[in-house]
Design a binder for this molecule. Sequence first.
Ligand SMILES: Cc1cc2nc3c(=O)[nH]c(=O)nc-3n(C[C@H](O)[C@H](O)[C@H](O)COP(=O)(O)OP(=O)(O)OC[C@H]3O[C@@H](n4cnc5c(N)ncnc54)[C@H](O)[C@@H]3O)c2cc1C
Ligand code: FES
Length: 298
Amino acid sequence: MDGQFSACDNSDLVGLVPSAVQQTAVVVEQEEMARDTFRLRLECPQIARQILPGQFFMLRPDDGSDPLLGRPFALYDIYTDESGRPAGIDFGYVVIGKLTALMADWKPKQEVQIWGPLGNGFPEPGDGHLMMVAGGIGQTPFLAVAREALALRQYGEPTRNLSERPSRLSLLYGVRSKEYVAGLKDFQSDGLEIQLSTDDGSEGHHGFVTELLARSLDNPADRPDKIFCCGPEPMMKAVGELAESHNVPCWLSLETPMACGFGICFSCVTKVKDDDGQWDYRRTCVEGPVFASHRLEL
Ligand SMILES: Cc1cc2nc3c(=O)[nH]c(=O)nc-3n(C[C@H](O)[C@H](O)[C@H](O)COP(=O)(O)OP(=O)(O)OC[C@H]3O[C@@H](n4cnc5c(N)ncnc54)[C@H](O)[C@@H]3O)c2cc1C
Ligand code: FES
């Protein structure tokens, strides 16, 4: 079944990213998580065995040519079979356009094309206080980050053993309104502190998630040692600026639109500052999607 890719066969090109595979995956289940927001489970053991928190994969329908190009989605988490072996992946998505509208109708047993794992993923969390800051669907990469940091799950092949674990782990999660809060029950774990904000005040802090971050940065008892962030670009820009002004290292996971996902089309370039201070363009799909915020011009 793998390699059958009639409308858009990327099987040779996927070889450009050594660990990536292209295969036919099978839809296992679909759950509505929040307004316009779904969790989709795909059976794809090979990718599930390898993928690391913060990495992503590309997805497209198995049949037809519309849309022709795959779309990128981040790992939410892997799931395992009865013997505890990785069997597939869960991811969360918001319906915004052509493919995501089709995906909302995908039913169990449907076959889809997937290639991955792709991208660099988040760095290891280290010790100290790791604060994850999420906006909207940007919360999805943090479930696997949190579960790995809390020693609830391991990822990668060979299995990654974290050299250090955070002494404190927190998630600041902001959405427009309470009907968009997605997956909160999945995140609820001993050892993970969660603060919620809504723009309209319908749940949690009334205001932007960046206000929660500013409050933590200003309070020595809550100040993070490291920030991981994913969300809409203006929010990530604000988080990067706050982190820099408080001298806290920060990594941003970019959601740049992508056409190929494995480095050949250059549709995903972003401006990145090199070690020598010079600006250059980097492909988000292979050199990201996670970048240290001080290297980016958002
Ligand atoms: C590394 C990475 C990980 C991602 N992870 C997730 C995830 O876990 N869950 C999720 O819901 N989405 C995620 N995204 C965004 C996701 O890829 C887009 O929502 C998806 O491509 C939309 O496809 P579509 O065919 O439905 O929309 P299209 O028909 O392609 O586009 C509809 C409209 O949305 C705009 N658009 C397309 N892509 C983006 C984007 N990335 N950001 C802002 N606007 C965009 C288009 O310009 C267009 O106006 C991720 C993106 C990247 C790069
Ligand atoms: S998406 Fe093609 S080079 Fe990055």
